[in-house]
Design a protein around this ligand. Structure first.
Ligand code: MCA
Length: 512
């Protein structure tokens, strides 16, 4: 018997293949039968292109029903799905091509000629195809009409996907998630959040990260319930769809932007059953404002690319603002000191987790994998937290140097390396400070050699090298960086100094 996660999904789809899966405003709806058929077509096509079990398929495409079917096709044939952010530049893509060594790289129609050259220069064996219908050689145009494809036999521990997560050293690590990881976490969440046969999910998240790809889609798919499938987040469009939905999953920026919409009220949310938030901390203020405007208490949960979901506030019972709830059934969580000593309730330490949701390790980085696990199998998340006597967890900070902006993780090191290469920069420190829209906004603090370093110069240097969303929203010049006795830059002190940069409208852009 196969433990391929896709067989669980087809079991759910098979209850009624006519059921709508993706509701799309400017295209026809796609049923679960359509997704099933398209996934077989993609699997057959990929097979013809040389993709085999365990081969990586690197994917950088816009959100679409075809992109969903491509993901399902990879599961179905036992290939390893490797999605990357559509905002990544060719320079960033080069790293993923080199690191993941894909057999097939699927990209956007307009990018295909350039990326084909790039892929060829890195790994001649990689086949490059666009997904879309426009390009002559696109994946869809290559389809040979096969409408069935046997589900590949996979064991629970076999890898289904690699999700890249940046590292504190600036080098992205590929978190390998197995078929068993996907199955256990999705089945747990469907049950924990009591997914209903008549639920309708409002899906406005990107589908290249765990949140939109696995958490949101798998819950809907395991019950074969419809998703209102929006290309991206637009507050007006999302607000207009709220009355047609029963569940929404989003990052905190979704909620703050919706709160700015005058039409948001109890009546608009009358059909909603559940609002879920994750990927970044939800402030108590947003939680309270949402409750008073809509009558709904947002359910906050906590996860990572390496583990998918670890904890959740309860569906029934008290959802407490500023906490991420309890460890999910089957997931063990504990708070430990840096040296691994397990701490008492209330003490601040690093949250460590163990369970069937925890990834198989980092792709081709065995030493890094070993470093991040305790000998007894607990994964060290790097997030600082406390646990109360009932087991309720609150995230209070991060051990790793990372900024979370609009739900995206941004690693300062990646930017600092580039900034320090600028001839006009003596040294730099990149930090995140409170931002009204993105939760945290990226700030580059630079020490210039002589002349001030301008935002324009930084933007010019970063153009094409790093995705726009990672780039600093503000560049600040300082005479020197604060350091401790060991010479380490005191980022806390910088964060404090510039904490009002995005909230104080009089703030200087390039001088401090
Ligand atoms: C876009 N921009 C951003 C961000 N997004 N800047 C900083 N942080 C961001 N998150 C910039 C763009 O570079 C561009 O800048 C300008 O904003 C407009 O871009 P656009 O794409 O139109 O932005 P948007 O549509 O307003 O997007 C904001 C967003 C989006 C809706 C918050 O970032 C988003 O969908 N975030 C969700 C991320 C997510 O799914 N995270 C899950 C990963 P310029 O004009 O200068 O070019 S974490 C996860 O999966 C874990 C496991 C978990 O627990 O969930």
């Amino acid at each position: 018997m196969t433990e391929n996660f896709f067989s669980l999904l087809t079991y759910a789809f098979g209850r009624d293949l006519e059921r709508p899966a993706l509701l799309i405003s400017d295209r026809r709806d796609f049923s679960y039968g359509d997704l099933d058929r398209m996934s077989a077509e993609f699997a057959a096509t990929m097979m013809v292109l040389g993709v085999r079990v365990d081969d990586r398929v690197l994917v950088q495409v816009e959100k679409s029903p075809e992109a969903v079917a491509l993901y399902l096709g990879c599961l179905r044939m036992g290939a390893v799905y490797v999605p990357i952010n559509t905002a990544y530049t060719a320079a960033e893509v080069a790293y993923f091509l080199e690191d993941s060594r894909p057999t097939l790289f699927v990209c956007g129609v307009t990018d295909e000629p350039d990326l084909e050259k790039l892929a060829d220069s890195i790994n001649e064996a990689t086949v490059v195809r666009s997904l879309g219908v426009l390009g002559e050689g696109s994946l869809i145009a290559t389809m040979d009409g096969a409408t069935s494809f046997d589900i590949a036999v996979r064991r629970s521990a076999d890898i289904a996907a690699i999700l890249y997560t940046s590292g504190t050293t600036g080098r992205s690590k590929g978190a390998m998630l197995s078929h068993g990881n996907l199955a256990s976490n999705s089945v747990t969440l469907v049950d924990y959040w009591s997914w209903q046969d008549d639920d309708v999910l409002l899906h406005a998240l990107p589908i290249f990260h765990v949140h939109g790809l696995f958490i949101a889609m798998h819950c809907a798919m395991l019950k074969a319930t419809p998703m209102i499938f929006l290309n991206g987040f637009d507050a007006v469009a999302v607000a207009a769809q709220i009355p047609n939905a029963t569940v929404m999953m989003g990052v905190p920026t979704f909620y703050t932007r919706l709160l700015a919409r005058p039409e948001l009220d109890r009546e608009l949310c009358r059909n909603m059953r559940l609002f879920i938030s994750g990927s970044a901390p939800l402030t108590a203020r947003t939680f309270e404002s949402w409750a008073s405007r809509t009558g709904h208490r947002i359910l906050e949960r906590y996860g990572m690319s390496e583990t998918m979901m670890n904890t959740s506030n309860p569906l029934i019972g008290n959802r407490v603002a500023g906490t991420v709830g309890f460890s999910l059934p089957g997931v063990a969580a504990r708070i430990a000191s840096e040296s691994g000593e397990i701490l008492e309730s209330g003490e601040v330490g690093v949250i460590e987790v163990k369970g069937p949701n925890v990834f198989a390790g980092y792709w081709q980085m065995p030493e890094k994998t070993t470093e991040e696990f305790r000998p007894d199998g607990y994964f060290i998340t790097g997030d600082l937290a406390t646990m109360d006597t009932e087991g309720r967890i609150s995230i209070v900070g991060r051990e790793k140097d990372m900024v979370i902006s609009g739900g995206y993780n941004i690693y300062p090191k990646e930017l600092e390396v580039l900034l320090d290469e600028m001839p006009e920069v003596l040294e730099s420190a990149v930090i995140g400070v409170p931002h009204p829209d993105f939760g945290e906004g990226v700030v580059a603090v630079v020490v210039p050699h002589t002349d001030q370093v301008t935002s324009a110069a930084v933007a010019e240097m970063l153009a094409g090298r790093i995705a726009r969303f990672k780039q600093p929203k503000v560049v600040v010049n300082v005479a020197e960086l604060p350091r401790n006795a060991m010479g380490k830059v005191q980022k806390n002190s910088l964060r404090q100094q510039f904490s009002a940069l995005f909230t104080d409208t009089d703030a200087e852009e390039t001088g401090a």
